[in-house]
Design a protein around this ligand. Sequence first.
Ligand code: HAM
Length: 419
Amino acid sequence: MQPLPGFRDFLPQDWARQNYIFEKWWEVARRYGFLQWEGPVLEPTEIYTKKSGPEIVGQLFNFTDKGEREVALRPELTPSLARVVAAHDREFKKPLKWFSIPHCFRYEKQQRGRLREHYQFNADIIGEASLDADVELIALCIDLLRAFGFSSKDVVVRVSDREFWIDFLRAQNLPEEKWQETLQIIDKSEREPREKTGAKLGPLAESVFKILDGKGSSEKLDRVLDGLSARGLADFAQIDLGIVRGLAYYTGVVFEAFDRAGKLRALAGGGRYDNLIHHLSDGAANHPAIGFAMGDVVLAELIDESPAAKAHLDKAVAAQRALDVYIVIAKEERRADALAQIQRLRDGGYRVDYPLAPAKVGKQFQIAEQLGARLAILFGDEWPQVAIKNLATGNQELVACDALLTRLESMARETGRPG
Ligand code: HAM
């Protein structure tokens, strides 16, 4: 029995990796003063069809529920955020700095870096129109990547501006109803042959290619880079007007993060969406907004490819797993005494495990090592003393059972580690 295509089982070692990723995301978002929120996994399909653009609508897991409602598993969080912000408009002073780690679902063709479910770190600033908010979010995106051990040699954030392209299309007298389609063509241009893009763009092709080849300039984007430069992060970013973003709701600065080698899909993407809240709330609320999301799938691929980042992850995963103490019950008549101590140790914050059923002493030591325990504590013939064995060094000492917790605490002071 396999999971559905594009869905994952997370065995404990896989979920330990997820925990590592989530913890880094939490840690950096909090450092930036973002507050966590969450929305529902299932939403009315309408919130996606209203504004997200054809790219995402074709990728919905949608169905009619038993109450005849058209619903969809969330493919992204931004429309939910716009809905929630509009619904609670008066409760919160702006700007809001909110983050979330939603599980998202997209009916996509499964391929490297793209699954049918993924977790996404989202960060958004609502109610701040100044370019400082754009810089703050791009800096957060960079710092998230730095937290995993990546340098500017490993990753780059490519920054662009949809407004630049809208001004360009307007200057070319392209009718407004064609803008979205043209932006999609430009967005895809990097992934398809020039002739194909050229044919789709028609008379616009030559001037678009000129811009894509680096002959466009933007004072706004220069200011974004200056802002990053002031934080010492400019090496991680570059202006690249080839980034347009597939989602239709973006209105200004847009950006995507990639591995420098260009081997993988985008690690993260986002931008300004100043009209979405107004649109989704039918005018009830109106706030400028900017945000981005970073997915777990491509990020994990890049971590696996980078020895330094992988070493950080492996160390953290081993630490998550490791037990402080494994209790070896050498004499079954000591089981009740052992359980009383196990409870005390666990109450004291130690990670403790023990054999649920009688087993040979040798087997119990073997399990202690397999579980990565630092200490084994033996309940047997020495009672009312117990033997504390350091499994790394083999050193052993006897201690009165009543003094066990105090001895572990003094050991922790000596070694700086629990036990
Ligand atoms: P997005 O570019 O569609 O943006 O997704 C953001 C990131 O999620 C991507 O860069 C990628 O890492 C990951 N991702 C997307 N789809 C998949 C998939 N099928 N499998 C694995 N990973 C995937 C958004 O979702 C916007 N709502 C971001 C945003 C937040 N804009 C403003 N606020």
